[in-house]
Design a protein around this ligand. Structure first.
Ligand code: 8X3
Length: 251
């Protein structure tokens, strides 16, 4: 049987692109997300590539639902080779002293606790089998805070710390851990950050050619396809006219 990859938040953006790319290079795919109809649409596309596909509908913030979904996998789908912790996002762009409690909880619950839940559920099997790869989707935002990014930046700094911590904790095994840190990627990321304000979201990518989900998916494929003795620990991937989370040259 082909190797198996699980991608969280595969219903759109970077997650969907990763699912597509991993299927393209021959992985059987487990795709997870909150929207059943989007999962079905992506599954339909991946099946047409000739790989096996399973959809699991749950929110990574719901620990019990996540555990139930993973435990429901048929035995032949349980030995997951690649876990892509992608689900999450940004909500709000305000000074820290004016931020919204609910937005903060959502980001911390998905970006940090959701990633931890999936790691806790899937990595024990990898350690036991002495093989596997965890790819965490971090962000340039985790390297240094930028104006009004505060809590989002903190969650992505946590993704870096958790990736580094896991890498240490599995160093005695052949399990590899990669933290991919994208900069500006045009997906529905900013529409969600601005609570549906399309105009504000479009402004984020004005005057600069942003990355695409497919660009990030290429990096994920590169990391998981590296020879077994090579561990791509981190990849910081920026748009060409972006130098950091806050230095962006628009033309
Ligand atoms: C997304 C990158 O720079 O918009 O994590 O925060 S940025």
């Amino acid at each position: 049987m082909n190797k198996i990859a699980l991608v969280t938040g595969a219903t759109s953006g970077i997650g969907e692109a990763c699912a597509r790319k991993l299927a393209m290079i021959g992985y059987n795919m487990i795709i997870t997300g909150r929207r059943a109809e989007r999962l079905d649409a992506v599954a339909h596309e991946l099946s047409a590539m000739g790989v096996g596909v399973i959809t699991l509908e749950f929110d990574v913030r719901d620990r019990e639902a996540a555990a139930a979904a993973i435990n429901s996998l048929p035995p032949e789908w349980q030995d997951i080779d690649v876990l892509v912790n992608n689900a999450g996002g940004a909500l709000g762009l305000e000074p820290e002293y004016e931020g919204n409690f609910e937005d903060w909880d959502t980001m911390i619950d998905a970006n940090v606790k959701g990633l931890l839940t999936m790691t806790r559920l899937i990595v024990p099997g990898m350690v036991q089998r002495d093989r596997g790869h965890v790819v965490n989707i971090g962000s340039v935002a985790g390297d240094a805070a930028y104006a009004n990014g505060n809590v989002y930046c903190a969650t992505k700094a946590a993704v870096k710390a958790l990736s580094d911590g896991l890498r240490i904790d599995v160093a005695h095994t052949r399990v590899r851990v990669t933290n991919i840190k994208p900069g500006l990627v045009e997906t529905n990321f900013s529409v969600i950050r601005f609570h549906g304000d399309k105009e504000k979201a479009d402004n984020v990518y004005k005057g600069i050619q942003p990355l695409t989900g497919a660009d990030i998916a290429e990096c994920v494929a590169f990391a998981v396809s590296a020879p077994e003795h090579v561990q791509i620990a981190e990849l910081l991937v920026l748009a060409t006219h972006q130098a950091s989370g806050s230095v962006i040259v628009r033309k």
